[in-house]
Design a protein around this ligand. Structure first.
Ligand code: PMV
Length: 359
């Protein structure tokens, strides 16, 4: 597939109005995407677990209008939100060529998250993928040819990528690969693909408890962080390491080797933050409590035979990952030893999920 293949030929233009609604999840990368080329093309491949309960729910109501400019209103948790408008405007500008109906309708976009807005959890992945899916549903109603689910998901992911890179991994579950990698044949830089390799039962219902260490605004945005990979002294090595780690993880997912899984996942998280610390300008998104939690997890692993591990996204919060059969003991460990490092004692229990669904 090339970008050109996502440009539709023609539409049935009789549709006057309607409404569509999707719930789309967040995702957590195991091999991290950090660094991008023009048009949100990743510098290296990534793979993520799709989450189950951390979702954005978005409804778009559309009404026909004279074609001139984009016209839309956004409501976040019931209230009109002007702050989100520039991001959506940019998104519409980027995807207009692939969705030529955008100027023909006025859109009322109503959105809310299942997780607290100020939790510091990245809502751009779930948020952008939910909008992309709604727009795809509208396009499906306008289309004169049948849009198969495969085409639908692929284009939804392609559009979501143009909104926020990692959002392209939020359409399907349970594991999604984004970025061309030799070991995964269907992989593409343009969209995420469901990981179709063998997955051992050890990873069934894998748990992710998100410890909210810092709910504040990040000091450095992902956009700036990605840019700092240009001319980064370790960029080349890092990009090639991600390719290797993805190939290794493919084998680990098949064999169910949790010790090796822990090594790759934790190393990826620390490498992501090491890239931030060695950028120019350099920055640190972890907080003292992030490190306290990491050390507690390591100590816990040493004294038990637990396979619990951590990963981080571009922030201070810690995702605690563990197999379902450890659920009881790890939740006990979290309550006894980790909650005190969370802001206001807040954490969110989630697990691997199946992807977005239309409501
Ligand atoms: O999608 P963005 O531009 O917000 O970048 C997200 C990057 C990480 O969350 C740090 C890693 C990843 O692969 O999700």
């Amino acid at each position: 597939m090339t970008e050109q293949d996502f440009i539709p030929k023609s539409y049935n233009s009789t549709l006057e109005s309607g409404s569509v609604k999707w719930a789309s999840p967040s995702n957590i990368a195991l091999v991290k995407y950090w660094g991008k080329k023009k048009d949100q093309i990743p510098e290296n491949p990534s793979i993520s677990f799709t989450l189950s309960d951390c979702k954005t729910i978005t409804e778009i109501t559309f009404t026909k209008k004279e074609s001139a400019d984009f016209s839309f209103d956004i409501y976040f948790e019931g209230e009109k939100n002007e702050a989100f408008k520039p991001k959506i405007q940019t998104f519409f500008e980027r995807i207009e060529i692939y969705m030529p109906f955008l100027k023909d309708y006025h859109f009322k976009i109503e959105t809310s998250n299942t997780f607290p807005h100020s939790s510091g959890i990245a809502s751009s992945a779930s948020g952008m993928s939910a909008i992309a899916l709604c727009l795809m549903s509208i396009e499906r109603s306008l289309s004169i040819v049948e849009v198969t689910d495969e085409v639908f998901n692929q284009k939804a992911s392609f559009l979501a990528r143009l909104g926020s890179g990692s959002a392209c991994r939020s359409i399907e579950g349970e594991l999604v690969v984004w970025g061309k990698n030799e070991s995964i044949e269907a992989s593409s830089d343009l969209y995420g693909v469901k990981f179709e390799g063998e997955v051992h039962s050890n990873f069934k219902n894998y748990q992710d408890t998100i410890l909210l260490v810092d709910k504040g605004e990040k000091q450095v945005s992902s956009t700036v962080g990605h840019q700092l990979m240009y001319g980064h002294p370790f960029a080349k090595e890092r990009f090639s390491q991600a390719h290797d780690n993805l190939a290794k993880l493919k084998t680990i997912l098949a064999s169910g080797d949790l010790n090796e899984f822990v090594k790759i996942v934790e190393s990826e998280a620390l490498t992501l933050h090491a890239m931030m610390m060695t950028s120019m300008p350099y920055f640190i998104l972890m907080k003292p409590n992030t490190l306290e939690i990491i050390n507690k997890i390591w100590a816990y692993r040493q004294k038990t035979d637990s396979k619990v591990c951590f990963t981080l996204d571009a922030g201070a919060n810690v995702h605690v990952l563990y197999p379902e059969n450890e659920k009881e003991s790890i939740l006990e460990f979290i309550k006894n030893e980790l909650v005190s490092y969370c802001q206001n004692g807040h954490y969110i229990c989630d697990q691997i999920g199946l992807g977005a669904n239309q409501i």
